[in-house]
Write a protein that binds this ligand. Structure first.
Ligand SMILES: *Cc1c(COP(=O)(O)O)cnc(C)c1O
Ligand SMILES: [Zn+2]
Length: 550
């Protein structure tokens, strides 16, 4: 039984970008009745909102996705199913930015949604639409996060959910879905096959099937990220929006959001889009980098990053290609291993713990910076799309915790302090002393933070002081910059290396500039490692230090 909950009406039209068909939006439809285009666009009376001063009005509302309700496909606000989604924080990633040489790197922290990913936006809008339409049972195919978010919201709306999963989805995610009372169906097959089977099941059973990216709710929900980003940048569009993509709904929705903000006269462009996929499933990356408007589907994705395993992006890629051709963009792939490595880098450098689908996107961002697509002064917004609960086992490897056995002492009601001190001492390895000579304060602070976890770090802000500290502290290793006032790094290195006491102390050079042949010759034989500042990764630096100390 279907009982519609629409009371008032608000004017929303559906538009087909392909043939221009346009009609009043009443209920979700499968495709354009004229040309069968299956991704349709919702259109609102934006002119009216502009005249009304909508941009000032929303400032007075509570943060969150529904403060933009006039531009969302719900007719009656009472039907909104919400858990405070959207309105996520956007903040500067100072350390990761410094590491990459990016001055304006922002994290749009979508991990802060109620179930830990940006699918909470989609779930809130999609489930609200279902509720408003009086739908009582629904089927969804998912690689994890959509099903988790939908299940949570469906529980609140009293809608029964069926979730179909390909077998590569991690068990922890499937269990969370079951926790919400959703019926779980595991399919031995790919994500694309799972979608086909779920759609057929829904059709046979006469149950509503959520068409994901092909539903109005999906794109409409994602566009709210654009509104928030632009408002946080004082009504400016960033130069780049970077995301790990599967179906491509995030960037498509984001682009529609900026398009609407342009119509409202609030911003002047759609950001360039940086698409990232995993090496084992990168149909969009291959197509874009070969200048193709249509992607060749991948039949058997070979990646453990289930979240990004759409092998056939279909129309979504074509639409993205059109947008990126007009407004700019780049595409890059990275391996699963790089994603795991990057998970650690993000967590250790800026305190951000993400799931592999997000980490692979960061690895792609690193590529785009290194190959010059993204410039040092560009304003870059990185969609930090999902959290990493639970921590993927492969990221940490073996031996990530230190064992502390105090069973001998535990019979005492009060643990004798010396036993405790002794036990704790055992856990700490002998600490090496590292002297960092660096005149740039931000860079010095970043290195202090990175290294002080494992080393006893001292900082000198110029060459002369560095030299004095070296004699006083007798460090086990020296990390130095080259370009410094008073005494430069070259002289510091030459002075130290001419002294027997320092001949065996390893030196790592971090330099901001390309070295001339003459400068390289001056350093040769004197230093252990030369790293280009602004492009080293924290893990790379740490590894070089470990190597140099052994
Ligand atoms: C769904 C998802 C993606 C990919 O989203 P699309 O924009 O639909 O391609 C990326 N990261 C996370 C964490 C996701 O849940
Ligand atoms: Zn059409």
């Amino acid at each position: 039984m279907v009982t519609s909950r629409i009371v008032k009406t608000k004017s929303i039209e559906l538009e087909c970008k392909n043939c221009g068909w346009r009609e009043q939006y009443e209920t979700p439809i499968k495709h354009c009745p004229v040309c069968y285009e299956d991704i349709l666009y919702a259109r609102y009376d934006i002119d009216y909102l502009k005249r009304r001063g909508w941009a000032d009005e929303i400032k007075r509302r509570k943060p969150g996705l529904w403060r933009y309700h006039e531009l969302l496909p719900i007719k009656e606000p009472d039907n909104i199913i919400s858990m405070g989604e959207g309105g996520t924080a956007m903040y500067r990633a100072r350390n990761l930015g410094a590491m990459l040489g990016l001055k304006n790197l922002y994290i749009k922290d979508e991990r802060q949604g109620p179930t830990g990913s940006f699918k909470d936006r989609q779930a809130s809008v999609a489930i609200s639409v279902m509720y408003e339409m009086g739908i009582q049972e629904a089927v969804v195919a998912s690689t994890g996060n959509v099903a988790i978010a939908y299940s949570a919201y469906a529980a609140r709306a009293g809608i029964k959910m069926w979730a179909f999963f390909p077998d590569m989805v991690p068990g922890d995610k499937v269990r969370e879905v079951a926790l919400y009372g959703t019926e779980v169906v595991n399919v031995t097959g790919t994500y694309d096959q799972t979608k086909t089977i779920a759609a057929r099941f829904a059709e046979n059973q006469g149950i509503y099937y959520d068409r994901g990216i092909k539903s109005i709710a999906a794109m409409e929900s994602m566009k709210t990220m654009a509104y928030e980003i632009a408002e946080d940048l004082d009504w400016q569009s960033p130069d780049w929006f970077i995301q790990g993509v599967s179906g491509g709904m995030g960037p498509l929705g984001m682009a529609k959001g900026f398009e609407e903000l342009m119509e409202l006269g609030l911003v002047d462009k759609i950001p360039a889009i940086g698409l990232v996929q995993s090496e084992g499933c990168k149909p969009m990356i291959d197509a874009f980098n070969n200048g193709l408007p249509v992607a060749v589907p991948i039949e058997n994705p070979d990646t453990i990053i289930a979240t990004l395993s759409t092998g056939n992006p279909g129309r979504a890629y074509q639409l993205l290609y059109e947008i990126m051709s007009e407004w700019g963009g780049a595409a890059a792939a990275a391996s699963d291993e790089e994603a795991f490595e990057m998970t650690k880098v993000m967590a250790r450098t800026d305190g951000i713990s993400v799931e592999p689908a997000t980490a692979v996107a960061f690895a792609g961002l690193v590529r785009m910076v290194r190959n010059g697509d993204i410039k040092p002064n560009d304003v870059v917004v990185f969609n930090c799309s999902g959290h990493t609960f639970p921590v993927e086992k492969r990221i940490l490897g073996e031996k990530w915790a230190k064992e502390l056995d105090i069973s001998d002492a535990s019979s005492d009601p009060v643990l004798p302090t010396d036993t405790l001190v002794e036990a704790v001492e055992k856990v700490k390895s002998p600490i090496s002393k590292v002297l960092v000579i660096e005149d740039n304060e931000n860079a010095a602070r970043l290195m202090q933070r990175l290294l002080s976890v494992n080393y006893d770090v001292s900082i000198a802000h110029d060459g002369q002081v560095g030299l004095e500290m070296a004699y006083n502290l007798k460090p086990d290793l020296i990390v130095t910059d080259l370009m410094m006032p008073q005494m430069d790094g070259f002289s510091v290195i030459e002075r130290l290396k001419s002294d027997k006491a320092f001949r065996d102390v390893p030196i790592i050079v971090l330099t901001a500039k390309e070295l001339t042949a003459h400068e390289r010759a001056r350093l040769s034989g004197q230093v252990d490692t030369l790293l280009q500042k602004g492009s080293f990764l924290s893990e790379e630096l740490l590894q070089r230090i470990v190597d140099a100390l052994n």
